[in-house]
Write a protein that binds this ligand. Structure first.
Ligand SMILES: [Zn+2]
Ligand SMILES: [Zn+2]
Length: 238
């Protein structure tokens, strides 16, 4: 049993690391085309971003691997595979609930980590990326990585979700985590400045967090920032 659990944790770590390398590598390459010279002189910073991100891959991979083992072998979690197990509307609702729950957890833990004492211990690593790059997506101190790593493995015990929709959540999480740090906006201006865009977080919003620190704490949605008066709008530099 223990061998299987360890094997699952190791495989999940390798999957998370490969997912990071592929996604950050892809968007870093696109950044090289869209903003030539953006990465110039950032070599040492990018190496640090990759190092912290690979450490985070293990911190994310271990709980995910243990839960994946429990799902397969012990029937843990509320992840289901049959398309007819729940009504169709549930397929669409579950990923939104996951994203909202993750966003809520992220907003409050992130805001908390901006308290000066905690900032130095847990969050300074992430803000050492100035300006952030696509490689900074998982560049977290292990304490901060731990706060992020437990969210999805806990949510799967609470909110039922189809395994394919869980894949969608992980895809959104990965792509937005990378693109929000790459230093340019990939979504059309029309969307970013639309009414819907006013509730969504993309690179222009998160960039401002990296510029000014004490604002724009959210992850996917601007709901909490707007509600709590911490939303300062979009970066004017990208
Ligand atoms: Zn960031
Ligand atoms: Zn921060």
């Amino acid at each position: 049993m223990w061998t299987a659990i360890i094997l699952s944790a190791v495989s999940m770590t390798l999957i998370v690391a490969a997912r990071y390398a592929a996604t950050s590598g892809l968007f870093a390459a696109i950044t090289g085309r869209v903003k030539p010279g953006y990465h110039a002189k950032l070599g040492p910073q990018i190496r640090r971003e990759i190092g912290w991100s690979l450490a985070s891959a293990a911190i994310y991979g271990i709980p995910a691997g243990v839960v994946a083992w429990g799902w397969q072998e012990r029937g843990w979690t509320q992840i289901y595979t049959g398309w007819n197990d729940y009504p169709l509307w549930h397929l669409a609702l579950a990923p939104l609930l996951y994203l909202f729950a993750h966003d809520t957890w992220f907003y409050w833990t992130h805001r908390w980590m901006h308290e000066p004492r905690l900032f130095r211990i847990a969050h300074a690593v992430h803000h050492a990326s100035r300006p952030p790059t696509a490689w900074a997506a998982m560049s977290f101190h292990p304490w901060e990585a731990l706060t992020g790593a437990i969210v999805i493995p806990l949510l799967v015990f609470v909110i039922p979700i189809h395994v394919a929709m869980l894949g969608v959540v992980l895809l959104v999480m990965t792509v937005m985590g990378v693109t929000n740090h790459m230093g340019w906006e990939m979504f059309p201006r029309r969307l970013v400045h639309s009414r819907l865009g006013g509730w969504l977080i993309t690179a222009s919003h998160h960039q401002r967090h990296h510029e000014e620190y004490k604002c724009n704490y959210g992850l996917y949605f601007r709901f909490w920032d707007r509600l709590c008066g911490t939303d300062r709008g979009l970066s004017e530099r990208i």
